[in-house]
Design a binder for this molecule. Structure first.
Ligand code: PGA
Length: 243
């Protein structure tokens, strides 16, 4: 794990965008995994600007989504499917044949998990994965108490995740469960970019980066991942002792 602390949200977002661009330039057929949420929004804006300015070719890469709400149609504003298309895939011209996202409406969630596991295995693992962190230490929908050896799986969501999740939708939306890549897959990404900014993330970044390794704070397992780069602003890193 490497920790990089930036002056502000914009510069940390630019650094994350640079790593994604470098990944694709170095390996045009890279497997990329993207998360939704407030944190990566600026990274995606800068990624699109830099991709155009540098003529980076995304036509051979393959993209997956980190997680999805169960029981919410993908066309609905706020789903991982909807937001990633709007913020990343459409602006970069990435075609549907280059994308695999969990279908949260599939009544057979196990089959949905198996499909995602097979995509990742067939591509030889994820080359670059961008994730955020929840205030309870989750990554994707790997909530506190999760079995860290799991691959894609269904997850009952905790109160803080449901509360913050509701803000991604533009109308009240019944949510209770999610489907997510497992920590076994997250930690194995060849480059794992964990982004956090702002005061609301200060305490959990301290626990994740310098606290005890425990599944009560799933993100603490990034300490074991040599390929993890923790990309944070000064506010999120304010309590770290090793600055
Ligand atoms: P946020 O969510 O980027 O909206 O803060 C992060 C997360 O819950 O993983």
């Amino acid at each position: 794990m490497t920790v990089k602390i930036f002056d502000d949200y914009n510069s940390m977002s630019a650094a994350a965008a640079d790593i994604i661009i470098e990944t694709v330039k170095h390996k045009p057929e890279a497997l990329l995994c993207f998360a939704t949420g407030n944190t990566p929004v600026r990274t995606y804006e800068i990624l699109i600007e830099k991709a155009k300015a540098s003529n980076t070719d995304f036509s051979r890469c393959f993209c997956i989504g980190l997680d999805e709400w169960i029981g919410v149609p993908k066309e609905k504003y706020g789903t991982c499917h909807y937001l990633l298309h709007q913020q990343v895939f459409n602006p970069l011209g990435i075609k549907s044949s280059q994308i695999h996202i969990f279908d949260g409406m599939n009544t057979n969630i196990k089959a949905e998990c198996n499909k995602m596991d097979a995509v990742i295995d067939s591509k030889g693992g994820v080359d670059c994965m961008l994730v955020g962190i929840g205030i309870n230490g989750h990554i994707g929908f790997n909530e506190p108490g999760v079995d860290v050896t799991l691959k894609a799986h269904e997850q009952e969501l905790h109160g803080s995740t449901l509360a913050s999740g509701q803000h991604y939708f533009n109308e009240p939306t019944p949510i209770s469960k999610g489907i997510t890549l497992g920590l076994a897959q997250v930690l194995k990404a060849k480059k794992l970019l964990l982004l956090a900014n702002g005061k609301s993330k200060t305490a959990i970044i301290k626990q994740a980066v310098e606290g005890e390794l425990t599944n009560k704070v799933p993100a603490s397992y990034v300490q074991r991942a040599d390929n993890a780069i923790i990309i944070i602003d000064k506010e999120a890193g304010a309590q770290l002792s090793a600055k």
